[in-house]
Design a protein around this ligand. Structure first.
Ligand SMILES: Cc1ncc(COP(=O)(O)O)c(C=O)c1O
Length: 357
């Protein structure tokens, strides 16, 4: 499928006003967006144009029934200043997995990847120069058909916007194992990156923060026993020399960082068990001195070390040093900027000359 993406460039770039050393997270957006509309059973008029407000009908179905999904990815800069993407086809696949669960149309994988490549090609000067920073990309789709009634919408928008993200100075995180609220139940939407999943997580997260924690550690919906994942991350535990991460069972988001980290840990000779793990087990390992490291994985921070986990009346504290977590984080960070061989073929260079014009 030959993809014609029409480009209209801004005549008034905001780039000159940006100080990359002080960009507030998630509040600064680049000059352009990719946008196309779904109607009459197909995606029409893919284009890149100056980012602007989008008129929305008050009856747009996403506002009422929540058909809205998104992805999160990052563009970095590699050798010779080439913009790079990390496993973008995995985001395209997950996007369509989310779309299918929410009764939304698929975006052809080629269109998704091409949209992301071309917007990165145009906005490459917005990739912050400091080590550890990146251009955060937010592809999303929502139902914009004006209609009051419960059924799948017939019209949608698929958009990609970009936001420069400065270096993340990742502090260790404190997790609160939640026993009252749940994130996802069997048969629900936990495996989809659906906007509503995040809406439902806001109150429990605020409550966890008020108790002195950074994020919720979600437990399963049936028994409040099995560890699922963290706010916007998957979770790994290092127990007596090997790693354990909850198996993805339909109610956990299949993180692309999770998958990459499993591969890297195995490359480094570690055994990685993907299996159900209870919070009681984690507490017991900690008390026995076997819980050596714990970290969350996700696109935003790559790897965030866990400092402590609160569960009911107990708080367990992780050992201060986490050498393997740091090593795997460095490996992943270095692959993303071509400072280390990309033996798994995860890095996709954006061929700017060829794609942008
Ligand atoms: C709920 C949830 N779990 C896990 C992740 C980690 O996924 P990834 O590594 O693909 O960013 C994310 C972030 O996308 C998330 O929102």
């Amino acid at each position: 499928m030959e993809m014609q993406i029409k480009t209209t460039r801004t005549t008034n770039s905001k780039l000159k006003d940006i100080d990359f050393s002080t960009i507030p997270l998630g509040r600064t957006f680049t000059d352009h967006m990719f946008i196309c509309e779904y109607e009459d059973g197909k995606w029409n008029n893919p284009r890149i144009e100056p980012l602007e407000l989008i008129p929305t009908h008050p009856a747009a179905m996403a506002l009422h029934y929540g058909q809205a999904i998104f992805e999160g990815m990052k563009a970095t800069v590699g050798n010779n200043n080439t913009p790079l993407l990390f496993r973008p086809e995995e985001n395209a696949k997950r996007f369509n997995h989310s779309a299918a669960r929410m009764g939304m149309p698929a975006v052809p994988e080629k269109l998704f990847v091409e949209a992301v490549k071309q917007i990165v090609g145009i906005e490459q000067a917005w990739i912050p120069p400091q080590e550890g920073s990146a251009l955060y990309l937010r592809p999303f789709m929502y139902a914009d058909e004006p209609f009051i009634g419960m059924r799948a919408a017939t019209s949608y928008k698929f958009i990609v916007i970009c936001s420069p993200a400065g270096p993340f100075f990742t502090k260790k995180i404190r997790l609160y194992a939640e026993t009252e609220y749940i994130r996802a139940a069997d048969g629900g939407t936990g495996e989809a990156k659906a906007a509503g999943n995040y809406a439902a997580a806001i109150l429990p997260t605020e409550k966890a923060k008020a108790k002195g924690y950074d994020q919720v550690l979600w437990l399963d919906a049936n028994e409040h026993k099995y560890v699922q994942e963290v706010g916007t991350m998957n979770i790994f535990f290092k127990v007596a020399g090997k790693f354990i991460t909850p198996s993805t069972n339909g109610s956990i988001l299949k993180g692309i960082t999770r998958d990459s980290v499993i591969t890297l840990l195995k490359d480094k000779g570690f055994e990685v068990e993907e299996r159900p793990i209870t919070i009681d087990e984690v507490i017991a390992y900690s008390k026995e001195g076997k819980l050596e490291e714990a970290f969350g994985t996700g696109t935003a921070v790559a790897i965030a070390m866990v400092e402590a986990i609160g569960y009911e009346d107990e708080v367990i504290t992780l050992p201060e040093t986490n050498p393997v977590s740091i090593d795997v984080k460095n490996t992943l960070d270095e692959i993303k900027v071509q400072k280390r061989d990309d033996i798994h073929g995860w890095i996709i260079p954006v061929d700017v000359e060829e794609k942008v014009g």
